[in-house]
Design a protein around this ligand. Structure first.
Ligand code: NAD
Length: 502
């Protein structure tokens, strides 16, 4: 198997092999820790996307008609190969995304969990049967694949987010065109080639690279039946509306601004550890990162100093050197995130730790920004309101529980939230009162396990279906209900009345 992250150019993967497409447009792919382009990626035209969709459509009759046993066996092989070669995939993630190797291994592990969940497909695809619903009549329902599905993924989880969707889509008998982020495209090709090695027929899983042009082609293509999207809120909204207007089933997961409430009775050491882990892991480029700590006034000074003292031990640098935190994805993104430190000062907040001053263990050209802590952030400031998506942790001081819940619920986002407390009653009230899709109680990053579905509320998810878990199988299947009577000599005859159950 080839390692796409060592090639000069990343091709598309269509019909079971690399494909150059017809476009001569390419984009550079950087190693963010080195700050230089390592290779380029092809950028598909709408016609190129059409070729990938045609390959998926051609593979659909055979794959959707394959036995449950065949699809199950493929998933077993795929799981075994992925598990055996997970380190290879982790190193690709570090080379193109920049996240440190341990974090990349964690990403692959969470993706593997979804593959393992998808192995429950024989059970989850079972229909229902009502015998003798009316005299001599049986009613049963079955789940069928929706058809060709498009998956569009963001830069921050180049392996895990595709793995949230395609194993389940394929298990359910669909065929797939995956459009990963153009910023770190190699992991998708690696996964597609691994799937081929595991016995997946050509055309069942295709990868096209590109930007808006490729995405628009998927959203509007008449042969694409469903779209799973993960990315920022404005694009998720656009994808939901555009694909919906073209008659597709859509789930579009958007951005986030996740709060962590610390009540006075909490274990402050546990809370400080959690804030640092969830705020700065993966350089804050996680949709479930904690970006706002809501600290009750009485313990806020204590908590801020515990968080700040832990930050002095963090090493920012090249993910291959055993550091805690890697670079940001691009130079532009790094500069945009760093600018929020100036905004904080202008808005009368207090920069407690300034990540621009951090020592860096890496190439000076990398897209570096150390971890930053900003206290007394007003909720009117862009530092609070915007999804910064970088290693910047804000502290907003609150009088108590009620004010914290008001702030959480006033946010347009509703992805994740956490409460740190030793009061079970308060935790229970919090869980019931917040309008957020995923809630942690003394757990800072409450990403549900693969057999519970993942997704937020409000501007963090457009559509009804969350990712993976039972929602995943529901999204990638359509139900048919069959009402059946086998004529028996003692029944029958003509009756023009409306059917009644007796
Ligand atoms: P993005 O929205 O810029 O890009 C996501 C995908 O959309 C990419 O494949 C990209 O090529 C494509 N795209 C970009 N601009 C487009 C346009 N104008 N029209 C059509 N397609 C377009 O997001 P990103 O920067 O790659 O990823 C970070 C964002 O993703 C953050 O907002 C983060 O919160 C979010 N995210 C959310 C979740 C979740 O589960 N809710 C998970 C991971 C990331």
């Amino acid at each position: 198997m080839t390692n796409p992250a060592t090639a000069d150019i990343v091709d598309h993967w269509v019909d079971g092999k690399p494909w150059t497409g017809e476009s001569d447009r390419t984009a550079p792919v950087f190693d963010p820790a080195l700050g230089v382009a390592q290779r380029s990626v092809r950028m598909a035209t709408a016609e190129d996307v059409g070729v990938a969709v045609a390959a998926a459509a051609a593979a659909l009759p055979g794959w959707s008609d394959s036995s449950v046993a065949t699809r199950h066996r493929f998933l077993l092989n795929f799981r075994e190969l992925l598990n055996a070669r997970k380190d290879e995939l982790a190193s690709i993630l570090t080379a193109e995304h920049g996240k440190v190797l341990a974090d990349a291994a964690g990403e692959v592990a969470r993706g593997l969990e979804v593959v393992e969940f998808a192995l429950s497909m024989p059970h989850l695809l079972k229909g229902e049967f009502s015998q003798n619903a009316s005299t001599g009549i049986d009613v049963y329902s079955v789940r069928e694949p929706v058809g060709v599905v498009g998956i569009i993924s963001p830069f921050n989880f180049p392996a895990m987010v595709p793995l949230w969707f395609f194993p389940i889509a394929i298990a359910a008998g669909n065929t797939v065109v995956l459009k990963p982020s153009e910023k770190d495209p190699s992991a998708a090709n690696w996964l597609a080639e691994l799937a081929a090695d595991a016995g997946l027929p050509s055309g069942v899983l295709n990868v096209v690279h590109g930007d808006k042009e490729a995405v628009d082609a998927l959203l509007t293509h008449p042969r694409v039946a469903a779209i799973s999207f993960v990315g920022s809120t404005p694009i998720a909204d656009y994808v939901y509306r555009t694909a919906g207007a073209h008659g597709k089933r859509v789930q579009a997961l958007g951005g986030a601004k996740n709060h962590m409430l610390v009540l006075p009775d909490a274990d402050l050491d546990l809370a400080a550890d959690a804030a640092v882990n969830a705020g700065f892991g993966s350089a804050g480029e996680r949709c479930m990162a904690v970006s706002v700590v809501l600290a009750v006034d009485t313990i806020a000074d204590d908590l801020v100093s515990r968080v700040a003292s832990r930050m002095t031990g963090l090493r920012t640098g090249d993910g291959r050197r055993g550091c805690d935190m890697g670079p940001l994805i691009t130079r532009e993104h790094r500069d945009r995130v760093a600018a929020y430190l100036d905004t904080a000062v202008a808005d009368q907040a207090r920069v407690v730790v300034d990540g621009r001053d951090s020592a860096i263990d890496g190439d000076p050209n990398g897209f570096w920004l150390g971890p930053s802590l900003i206290d007394r952030v007003p909720v009117t400031s862009a530092v609070y309101r915007d999804e910064i998506f970088g290693p910047v942790l804000s502290v907003v001081r609150v009088e108590g529980f009620e004010q914290a819940v008001e702030i959480v619920n006033a946010s347009p986002y509703g992805n994740g939230v956490a409460i740190f407390t030793n009061d079970g009653g308060a935790a229970r009230r919090f869980q019931r009162q917040v309008n957020v899709g995923m809630i942690g109680v003394n757990v800072p990053i409450p990403v549900p396990v693969a057999y519970h579905s993942f997704g937020g509320w409000k501007a963090s998810l457009f559509g009804d279906a969350k990712a993976y878990g039972p929602n995943g199988f529901a999204f990638f299947t359509r139900e048919k209900a069959i009402t059946s009577r086998w004529l028996d000599p003692s029944h029958g005859g003509i009756d023009l009345g409306f059917p009644r159950n007796s």
